[in-house]
Design a protein around this ligand. Structure first.
Ligand SMILES: [Fe+2]
Ligand SMILES: [Fe+2]
Length: 268
């Protein structure tokens, strides 16, 4: 079994300072093989905010893969936003905005969907999708291909905003190339296995993570997800959500999915 932790929308700079240590403790207690962070590491892409995010992530002492979100581009500095939108991310966080990681039989691909030309929206850049598709086609059958992106490629029914430019075509191409899982964030709303039911298979398992730490007014359901990929093509997803009274993250009952005939179904 390979265990991944999916964190998203940390928003360092406008984050729940009281939850940082409980989040760290909970993540470490899971004994995961790697951590994935699907963007919005910071609230306003300020150097100190990137430092705080990286201090947290490197302090976990686990392999991790992170990609930028729309909040990791400076918003109030038009010169930087236009001429060097990802400079602060690359200098203050991670140079590689399309990182890859191989853990056991999992192959992870990170892409950068943040679009400096719009405030919230994202974009599936064709050159990045091309590279991911080419790499996935070269993987053997027993490898699970996982995409990590900030913006969702398909939105849940209550959140249909069409925010990710080029997403439908990119999703179709990546599915044909062997994509099996997408881990994304941005919506600050949890959806585990979009559209998948016991009798409704989907080729791609999509997990939209809620925010782990964001302190914006009205934010709730802070948490993270643990994904256990078993050798028998079963995937168990366990959401660890904050217990506000206890001031710590606790696991909820897990959901089990199974890969059958080229698609995911919800298992009993
Ligand atoms: Fe966010
Ligand atoms: Fe976002």
């Amino acid at each position: 079994m390979t265990r991944l932790i999916h964190l998203t929308d940390l928003h360092f700079g406008l984050h729940r300072t009281d939850l940082v240590t409980p989040l760290r403790d909970a993540v470490l207690s899971c004994k995961a093989d790697a951590v994935v962070v699907s963007g919005d590491l910071t609230q306003r892409a300020r150097p100190a905010q990137f430092r705080a995010a990286m201090t947290f992530l490197t302090g976990l002492n686990l392999p991790f893969l992170a990609v930028p979100g729309n909040h990791d581009v400076p918003l109030f500095n038009p010169v930087l936003r236009l001429f060097d939108p990802f400079g602060r991310y690359r200098r203050g966080a991670l140079r590689d905005m399309t990182p890859g990681l191989r853990i056991g039989r999992l192959r992870l691909f990170g892409i950068n969907t943040a679009d400096p030309l719009v405030v919230r929206g994202g974009i599936a850049r064709p050159d990045q999708i091309d590279r991911v598709c080419t790499a996935m086609r070269q993987e053997s059958e027993d490898v699970t291909n996982i995409l990590v992106a900030h913006h969702p490629f398909e939105e849940p029914p209550d959140f249909v905003r069409g925010e990710t430019k080029g997403a439908p075509a990119a999703l179709q191409r990546m599915t044909q190339a062997g994509l099996q899982v997408i881990l994304s964030g941005h919506l600050h709303h949890w959806t585990t296995g979009l559209g998948i039911a016991a009798d409704a298979a989907r080729p791609v398992f999509q997990l939209h993570g809620g925010t782990a730490l964001c302190a914006r007014l009205g934010e709730q359901d802070h948490g993270f997800a643990v994904l256990d990929f078993a050798a028998d093509a079963r995937l168990t997803v366990t959401a660890w959500m904050v217990d506000e009274g206890a001031g710590r993250f606790v696991p909820r009952p897990g959901s089990v999915f199974a890969r059958r005939g080229g698609g995911w179904v919800r298992a009993a």
